[in-house]
Design a binder for this molecule. Structure first.
Ligand code: NAI
Length: 628
C-alpha cells in the first residue's frame, strides 16, 4: 500500500506563522505596529483553535498587514532561517519521498513554494492560497475561488487529490485534524515542536514532538538514531532552571522534582529514565541502578560524587558526569577575601564594632603584598588561587602529591613539611580522599611558622579540629578561616556544633566556598553539555567513572558504541564480527579502566539488524548503541 504524507506549513514546516513575520516586516515603521501585530496573532490563534470562520480571519489579517509585493523577498529569507529543526535534519526524508509528500496549507504559495521546493518538495504538490495584488503591488486580498480560502478547505483539497493509499497528516492546527475527522486520513500526528494546542492534542492519534518521532514510529528514520523526545530526563533536587531549559531545548522529555527522593522512591521513578540529574542529597545506590532499565547517564549537578555508587554505574554502563570546576573561581575569591580579612584582624574588629567597641589600631594588621602563601593541593582550585594570589602581590608556594606545573612565578615545594615551614599563609585545597584524613594535625601545625594564617576550604576531615583549636589558642595560628567541617548540619534548621565556635580571629562559614549564583549557573550549563555530548557522540570527556574519550565528529559514518566488561580479547571479537559482516572500519577508539572497556567504531556502510544483534551478543557486553 502506498503511503502519502500531508504536511502543514505554518508552525509545522516552519517554526512560525508566516503572516506574523510578514507583519513584522510590512509594519516595520507603522505607528500602530505593536497593536496590529498582536491583533494578527490573536486572529491566527482563534482560527487555529477552530474558533473563527477562516475566510473572515484571512480577510481581517490581510487588512491589518499593509503588505506589499516587495516585502515577500524579506519574508522568504526570514522563513528559510526558521524551518523547524527536525525538518532541517531530516532533509533526506523529503528527497526520498517527494512523490508522496504534499504541503497543504491555508497560507500562501507565494512564500511556501520557495521554501519547500528547496527541500525537494514538488511545486505542484503545494496546495495553498495565493495573494491578490493591486497595480501598485499592494496585497489587497486572496483568490476567493481557491478552496483553501474557505472553511474545510484542506478536506476539499484531499478529496480532489483522491490519493489511493494510506494518508498520514502532520500538523499543529485544527484544520489538519479535520482531514482525519472527514475520514480522509489514516492517522493525524499532532506536531508539537513549535506550538502545542490542547484541543489538537486531544484529537491526535499520536503526538509528534518532532519529525524524528514521526519517522521513528513509522520506521523511516535516517537522520538520527532515536528521537530525543523519547529520551526521558528526571531532574531532582531543584536543579537550576537553566539546566532544565537546555535539556528541553535539546528535545528531551524532562520531568522535574523539587526535592530529593529516597531509595525506594527512586527505584520506582528511575524506570524508563535515560538521564538522571541530582545534586548532593540523592543517593544513587547499587539498588537504584539495578532498577534502572534505560539509564545511560547520571549528572551530578555539583562537584562531589560520593552520593553515587560509581562502580555500580560503571558495571551497568552508566556514565556519570559532574561539574568539577564550575565553582572553582567562587572558592578562590572567598579564600582571597578571607586572607585579607585575617591579615587585618577584621573578624574581631567587626564583632567589636557591633558590640560598641572602637578598636582603632594598626597592631597585627598587615598587607598581603609580599607575604608568602602556601597552597596545599595544586588542582583546579589550588592553581587558580595561585594565579589570583599572585596578582595581589603574594609570593606563591605550592605542594601537590603529583608533579604539577607551577603557574606564573609559583615555586614548587618538595614536601608538605618544606612548604609549611616556609610560608605565612597556609591554604588547603586537596581532595577528600580517605588518606587525607587529618593530614593537618599536631605535627603539621608544629611545622608552621608562629602567627601563621590558616585556611581550610577543602574538606572537613582533612584537618584534626582539636589540633587546630590548640594551635589557635596557643597563638601558633594567628587567624583561621574554616568553611568545611568533619560533621556538618544536614539542614539549615540543625545547629552547627564545633569546638571552633567562639575562637579569636576565626572565620567560620557554612560550606559556602563554591556557593554563588554564578557557580550554580556554570554547573547548570556544564553538566547538560557533557551529557548531551555523550548521548550524541559517545564522547566521555570529564566523565567521573567512564574511561575518558574525546571523539571526533563522524560525518557520513555510523558510530557503533560498545561497552563491555574489561576482559581480554573483546576488541578482537568485535572486529571479527565486523569482518564477518564485511564492514569497513573508518575509525576505532578504545579505552579501558579496571572495570569496563569502551570501544567506538565508525563504519562507512549500511548495516542491518544482524550486525547489531551479533555485536550485542558478544559475551560480557554491557551496553550497545548505534549513532548516525
Ligand atoms: P582537584 O582534584 O582538582 O585538586 C586536588 C589536588 O590535591 C590534586 O592536584 C591532588 O593531586 C592534590 N592532593 C590530593 N591529596 C594530596 C595530598 N595529600 N598532598 C598533596 N596534594 C594532594 O580538586 P579541586 O576542584 O581543586 O578541589 C579541591 C578541594 O576543594 C576538594 O576537597 C573539594 O571538595 C573542595 N571544594 C570545596 C568547596 C567549598 O564550597 N568549600 C567547593 C568546591 C570544592
Amino acid at each position: 500500500m502506498e503511503k502519502y504524507f500531508i504536511i502543514d506549513f505554518d508552525s509545522t514546516f516552519t517554526k512560525v506563522e508566516a503572516l506574523d513575520i510578514l507583519g513584522e516586516i510590512s509594519l516595520e515603521s507603522h505607528p500602530e505596529k505593536k497593536e496590529r501585530l498582536q491583533k494578527i496573532k490573536d486572529i491566527t490563534d482563534k482560527g487555529m483553535d477552530g474558533g473563527l470562520n477562516f475566510r473572515e480571519s484571512l480577510d481581517q489579517r490581510i487588512g491589518l498587514l499593509n503588505a506589499r509585493r516587495e516585502h515577500l523577498g524579506s519574508l522568504i529569507d526570514s522563513l528559510k532561517e526558521k524551518v523547524s529543526n527536525s525538518f532541517k535534519r531530516n532533509k533526506d526524508f523529503f528527497e526520498t519521498y517527494k512523490d508522496h509528500i504534499y504541503i497543504i496549507s491555508n497560507g500562501f504559495k507565494d512564500f511556501i513554494v520557495p521554501i519547500v521546493t528547496e527541500y525537494g518538495v514538488k511545486e505542484d504538490h503545494v496546495h495553498a492560497n495565493s495573494f491578490h495584488f493591486d497595480d501598485e503591488g499592494r496585497i489587497t486580498g486572496f483568490d476567493p475561488d481557491n478552496v483553501l480560502s474557505s472553511n474545510n478547505g484542506k478536506v476539499k483539497v484531499l478529496k480532489n487529490l483522491g490519493l489511493l493509499g494510506d494518508v498520514y497528516v502532520i500538523g499543529d492546527g485544527y484544520t489538519d485534524y479535520e482531514i482525519k475527522e472527514a475520514g480522509l486520513a489514516n492517522k493525524f500526528y499532532a506536531f508539537t515542536e513549535n506550538v502545542e494546542r490542547e484541543n489538537i492534542l486531544e484529537n491526535a492519534d499520536h503526538v509528534a514532538p518532532s519529525l524524528d518521532e514521526f519517522l521513528f514510529v513509522n520506521k523511516m528514520n535516517t537522520a538520527i538514531s532515536y528521537p530525543k523526545n523519547r529520551i526521558k530526563v528526571l531532574l531532582l533536587e531543584n536543579i537550576h532552571p537553566r539546566a532544565v531549559e537546555i535539556m528541553k531545548h535539546e528535545g528531551y522529555k524532562v520531568e522535574i522534582y523539587p526535592g530529593g527522593l529516597d531509595e525506594a522512591e527512586l527505584c520506582e521513578k528511575i524506570k524508563g529514565v535515560s538521564i538522571l540529574g541530582i545534586r548532593s542529597k540523592t543517593q544513587v545506590t547499587a539498588k537504584v541502578i539495578e532498577n534502572a532499565d534505560r539509564l545511560m547517564a547520571v549528572g551530578a549537578f555539583c562537584i562531589g560524587t560520593n552520593q553515587i555508587d560509581l562502580d555500580a554505574c560503571l558495571r551497568r554502563g552508566v556514565a556519570v558526569f559532574n561539574a568539577p570546576f564550575s565553582n572553582t573561581r567562587s572558592v578562590v575569591e572567598l579564600a582571597i577575601a578571607e586572607i585579607i580579612f585575617l591579615m587585618r584582624n577584621l573578624r574581631d574588629k567587626i564583632i567589636g564594632m557591633h558590640e560598641g567597641k572602637w578598636m582603632k589600631s594598626a597592631s597585627s594588621s598587615f598587607e598581603v603584598r609580599g607575604k608568602k602563601i602556601g597552597i596545599v593541593g595544586y588542582g583546579n582550585i589550588g592553581s587558580q588561587l595561585s594565579v589570583v594570589a599572585e596578582t595581589f602581590g603574594l609570593d606563591v608556594y605550592y605542594y601537590d602529591a603529583e608533579d604539577k606545573l607551577g603557574l606564573g612565578n609559583a615555586s614548587r615545594c618538595e614536601s608538605l613539611e618544606e612548604l609549611l615551614k616556609t610560608v605565612d599563609i597556609v591554604s588547603l585545597h586537596v581532595d577528600g580522599r580517605p588518606e587525607n584524613k587529618n593530614m593537618i594535625s599536631e605535627r603539621e601545625f608544629g611545622w608552621m611558622r608562629d602567627g601563621v594564617i590558616f585556611l581550610n576550604l577543602a574538606r572537613g576531615h582533612v584537618v584534626d579540629i582539636k589540633a587546630l583549636k590548640n594551635a589557635i589558642e596557643s597563638g601558633k595560628v594567628k587567624g583561621a578561616a574554616v568553611d568545611v567541617f568533619p560533621v556538618e548540619p544536614k539542614t539549615n534548621e540543625e545547629e552547627f556544633v564545633s569546638e571552633l565556635r567562639g575562637l579569636k580571629n576565626t572565620i567560620l562559614t557554612p560550606h559556602i566556598g563554591g556557593s554563588t549564583l554564578e557557580a550554580q549557573e556554570n554547573i547548570a550549563d556544564f553538566v547538560p553539555g557533557k551529557i548531551m555530548q555523550y548521548v550524541n557522540s559517545g564522547s566521555t570527556s570529564n566523565s567521573v567513572n567512564f574511561p575518558n574519550l574525546q571523539l571526533p565528529d563522524f560525518p557520513d559514518a555510523h558510530r557503533l558504541i560498545h561497552i563491555h566488561e574489561n576482559m581480554p580479547g573483546i576488541l578482537a571479537k568485535i572486529n571479527k564480527v565486523l569482518a564477518e559482516h564485511d564492514i569497513n572500519i573508518v575509525g576505532q577508539y578504545l579505552k579501558t579502566n579496571e572495570l569496563i572497556g569502551y570501544v567506538i567504531t565508525d563504519i562507512d556502510k549500511e548495516y542491518d539488524k544482524k550486525l547489531t544483534n551479533a555485536l550485542k551478543g558478544i559475551d560480557h557486553t554491557i551496553k550497545f548503541r548505534v549513532l548516525y
